[in-house]
Design a protein around this ligand. Structure first.
Ligand code: SF4
Length: 499
């Protein structure tokens, strides 16, 4: 759900709160048939907070067919802990959204769910992902007279539904989805149903859960991750299939697959970093996968050392796997301060560097005089890694070896993850030896692509038919980058015109 106002051609951009990580851009959650649908949604969003911390919103639908909405900047707890607010969000159905703003544009009009009144009634939608033809679509829609209220790509869904010639809401939605390109997991709510949909390659996650089932029938839940089912006590039913549309109404759950069968290309980075470790993603537990990645990493790039230290928190499971496989003690040699608010870190280089020290501290007795293997999940710009290595050396480490549980990130993501431009990705600009020297380590190694696939239970990466999206490691973009192409063509014609 990127912001198009300052992201002119859906280019990956650096977050104003960039702390040298890729960032998931959104989490979605929907509830059908519950007395306290909005409260359950607020809890679900709270469990999905890691997918977006800049803003949150909930839209509910009451039994009289009226929609109620509350949205605000900040965390879920900042917006939905007031009983008065929750009291206004009446109804037995609700949907919610956590937003990660990709640029400085954090206007309330961009906070989801988006809502519109149509001839068929109200319609609210929340989207996780990124449309790669949003600019081209938007230009065409504006030419046809559509008036955009926000600067997010997600509003394209609303206008495409509005101008569709089909009569039912679901047919209009299918018509809209046929025209969009990109990655999307979305949850929508209208007077008759809660709807979930995933793009034909299933790049972003979406799961179905079920709660209770007394006289009033079961409560159905749609969520970005299973960790949010757990918090509301819902049982996991299944993943929504790539290209599937799920319609939940008072008759039950109906599945529609209008886009044919495609090879799934689920985002492999969800396993490495984005998803919460207690989630089960596409049938695979994230925590165990991260440990297995650490095992593969130790097999591929063992180095004699005295201690394995994770860069907390995301490096912890991989470091545990590495330590067990390598037979080297695991210690928490770096302690993370959990009370550093994101807003505390301003987007200037000076403060960003200071931010690293605010977030992490060296646990000196675990590091002093030792050969240390530092395990982290990724290197994006390398600024954080360099600071952490400096800190570990200052605490007396004799040697510092860095092991990374993802392959080098050499390309930007256009499918819903906030990434710096390619020119700012360290691995796109430097070879391994240069990176090791810049970061200041005695040795540096990344897991191989095949090693990553092995950790996911595959024999390796099938080049002809990769099982996952891994474009940020390979440049193999499975979904057309139409806006990028459009932008390049425009720049070329401008260049030619000026010659
Ligand atoms: Fe995930 Fe990378 Fe693909 Fe983006 S490019 S969807 S981060 S694997």
């Amino acid at each position: 759900m990127p912001d198009l106002s300052t992201r002119p051609h859906a280019s990956p951009t650096c977050s104003p709160h960039d702390d040298d990580k890729f960032h998931e851009e959104c989490g979605v959650f929907g509830v059908w048939n519950a007395n306290d649908a909005s409260a359950l949604t607020a809890l679900g969003l709270h469990a999905l907070q890691h997918r977006g911390q800049e803003a949150a919103g909930i839209v509910s639908l009451d039994e009289g067919g009226l929609f109620h909405a509350h949205k605000g900047q900040g965390l879920v707890g900042d917006n939905f802990s007031d009983a008065k607010v929750m009291g206004l969000l009446r109804g037995r159905a609700a949907l919610g959204h956590n937003r990660y703003a990709t640029t400085g544009e954090t206007a309330l009009r961009n906070v989801q769910p988006l809502y519109a009144d149509f001839a068929f009634g109200g319609f609210a939608v929340a989207h996780n992902g990124n449309l790669t033809n949003a600019h081209v679509l938007r230009r065409n829609l504006v030419n046809r007279g559509c008036l955009f209220q926000s600067t997010t790509d997600s509003e394209c869904f609303i206008h495409l539904i509005a101008i569709s010639l089909y009569s039912t809401v679901v047919d209009r939605l299918i018509d809209a989805l046929r025209q969009v390109q990109g990655a999307y997991s979305l949850v929508a709510l209208h007077n008759g149903a809660l709807i979930g949909a995933r793009d034909p390659l299933g790049v972003r996650p979406l799961v179905l859960g079920r709660l209770g089932g007394g006289e009033a029938g079961p409560t159905w839940v749609l969520s970005s991750e299973t960790c949010a089912l757990d918090i509301v006590g819902a049982e996991f039913v299944r993943d929504i299939d790539p290209g599937e549309i799920i319609v939940i109404d008072n008759q039950g759950v109906h599945s529609i697959k209008p886009f044919g069968k495609h090879q799934s290309r689920f985002c492999i980075f969800e396993y490495i970093y984005f998803a919460r470790p207690d989630s089960i993603v596409e049938g695979t537990p994230v925590y165990e996968t991260r440990k297995r990645i650490g095992v593969e990493l130790a097999r591929e790039s063992h180095v004699p050392a005295d201690v394995v230290v994770p860069v907390p928190d995301s490096g912890v499971p991989a470091a545990m796997g590495y330590a067990v496989e390598a037979g080297i003690p695991f210690e928490l040699g770096i302690i993370r301060n959990h009370y550093v608010g994101r807003t505390f870190i301003e987007p200037t280089d000076n403060i960003r560097n200071l931010g690293v020290k605010l977030k992490h501290s060296a646990n000196r007795p675990m590091l002093e005089g030792r050969r240390v293997v530092l395990v982290d999940d990724s290197i994006v710009r390398g600024t954080t890694s360099r600071k952490i290595v400096e800190m570990v050396r200052a605490a007396g480490a004799k040697e510092v070896h860095m092991r990374i549980s993802s392959p080098p990130t050499t390309h930007s993501c256009y499918y819903g993850i906030d990434t710096p431009e390619r020119g700012k990705l360290m691995a796109a600009q430097h070879d391994l030896a240069e990176m090791a020297s810049i970061i200041g380590v005695d040795s540096l190694a990344f897991i191989s692509l095949d090693g990553l696939y092995r950790a996911l239970g595959k024999p390796g990466r099938d080049v002809a038919k990769p099982a996952y999206c891994d474009a940020c490691f390979t440049g193999d973009y499975a979904i057309a980058l139409t806006d990028q192409q459009d932008n390049s063509e425009k720049q070329l014609s401008l260049l030619q015109a000026s010659q």
